[in-house]
Design a binder for this molecule. Structure first.
Ligand code: HEC
Length: 251
C-alpha cells in the first residue's frame, strides 16, 4: 500500500513542478464573452495586426461575424484583407517554411491559443515586450524569453526600454512606505500612440477575442444551460402536482 501511495505521489510530482515552473507573475484579467463591443474591437485589432502572420484556420469569417454581430459588408470590407469568400476559413498566405526562415520559428495558428496558454498569460505576453539588442528582432518578452515574434504593436504601446514588471508587483519604499513603482513599463525607448491604460484596455479586448476564438460556443452553452434549468423548474412543479394527485386517495 505504501509503495502504491509513493508511486502515485511520484507520478504527480512532475506536474506540480511544471505548474510551479512559470516563475513570472502573470497579470490577471476576467474575460467577458458577452461584451460584444469589446470582442468587435479585439477582432479589429487581430485582423489588422496579427492575421498577416497568425491564421485562425479552425474558424470561418461568417461564423465570427454572426457571433460578434458584425454585418457581412462591414466584415468583408473592413476586416478581411485577402481575396476570400464570407464562408472561407480564416487562413493566411504565410507558409510554415517562410515563417521559420524569417523569424526562426513559424508563427503558430492562434485559434486555440487561449485554451493552451490561458487569458492571463496572453495578456501579460502582449504587454511584456521590451528592448533587447541581442535578439534578431531587437525585442524580448517577459513571459516568452527569446521569442521570435517582433513587437508588432510597438506603434500603439511604444517600446519599453527595460523589462516591465507585473502590475501586481507593486513595490514600496521600505523607509517611507510610499509606492515606488506601479508595475508595468517604467521607461520607454520609443513612445506609442496610446497611453499605458489605453494599451492595456486594447490588449484586454484582443485577449477577450482570442478567448472567444478558443470556445465560440461558450455563450450558447451558457444560454442553453439556463433554459434547461428553467425547464427543470417548471417540470418540478408539474411533477409535484401529479404526485399529489396520484397519492391523494392512498394517504
Ligand atoms: C510578423 C509576424 C507576426 C505578427 C504580425 C504577429 N506575430 Fe505572434 N508570433 C510570431 C512568431 C514568429 C511567433 C513564434 C515565436 C517563437 O516561437 O519564438 C509568434 C508567437 C506568438 C504567440 C505565442 C504562441 C505560443 O503559444 O507559442 C502568441 C500568443 C502570439 N504570437 C500572438 C500574436 C498576436 C496577438 C499578434 C497580433 C497583435 C501577433 N502575434 C502578431 C510572429 C508574428
Amino acid at each position: 500500500m505504501k509503495k502504491l501511495f509513493l508511486s502515485l505521489v511520484l507520478s504527480v510530482a512532475p506536474l506540480a513542478a511544471f505548474s510551479a515552473g512559470g516563475a513570472v507573475q502573470l497579470d490577471h484579467i476576467s474575460t467577458d464573452l458577452s461584451d460584444k463591443a469589446s470582442l468587435q474591437r479585439g477582432a479589429q485589432l487581430y485582423m489588422n495586426y496579427c492575421m498577416g502572420c497568425h491564421s485562425l484556420e479552425y474558424a470561418r469569417y461568417n461564423r465570427v461575424a454572426r457571433d460578434l454581430d458584425i454585418p457581412e459588408e462591414i466584415m468583408m470590407e473592413n476586416l478581411v484583407f485577402n481575396d476570400v469568400n464570407f464562408g472561407s476559413l480564416m487562413e493566411n498566405a504565410m507558409s510554415e517554411e517562410d515563417g521559420k526562415e524569417w523569424f526562426g520559428a513559424a508563427p503558430p495558428d492562434l485559434t486555440l491559443v487561449a485554451r493552451v496558454r490561458g487569458p492571463d498569460w496572453l495578456y501579460t505576453y502582449l504587454r511584456g515586450f521590451y528592448k533587447d539588442e541581442n535578439r534578431p528582432m531587437g525585442v524580448n518578452n517577459v513571459v516568452f524569453p527569446n521569442v521570435g515574434m517582433p513587437h508588432v504593436l510597438a506603434d500603439l504601446q511604444g517600446l519599453c526600454a527595460e523589462q516591465p514588471h507585473p502590475v501586481t508587483d507593486k513595490r514600496f519604499d521600505p523607509l517611507t512606505g510610499r509606492t515606488i513603482t506601479e508595475g508595468g513599463c517604467e521607461a520607454y525607448e520609443t513612445e506609442g500612440m496610446l497611453t499605458p491604460t489605453e494599451y492595456d484596455n486594447a490588449m484586454y479586448d484582443l485577449v477577450n477575442f482570442l478567448e472567444y476564438m478558443g470556445e465560440p460556443f461558450a455563450e450558447d452553452r451558457e444560454r442553453i444551460g439556463w433554459m434547461v434549468f428553467a425547464f427543470l423548474a417548471v417540470f418540478l412543479v408539474i411533477g409535484q402536482l401529479l404526485y399529489r394527485e396520484l397519492w391523494k386517495d392512498i394517504h
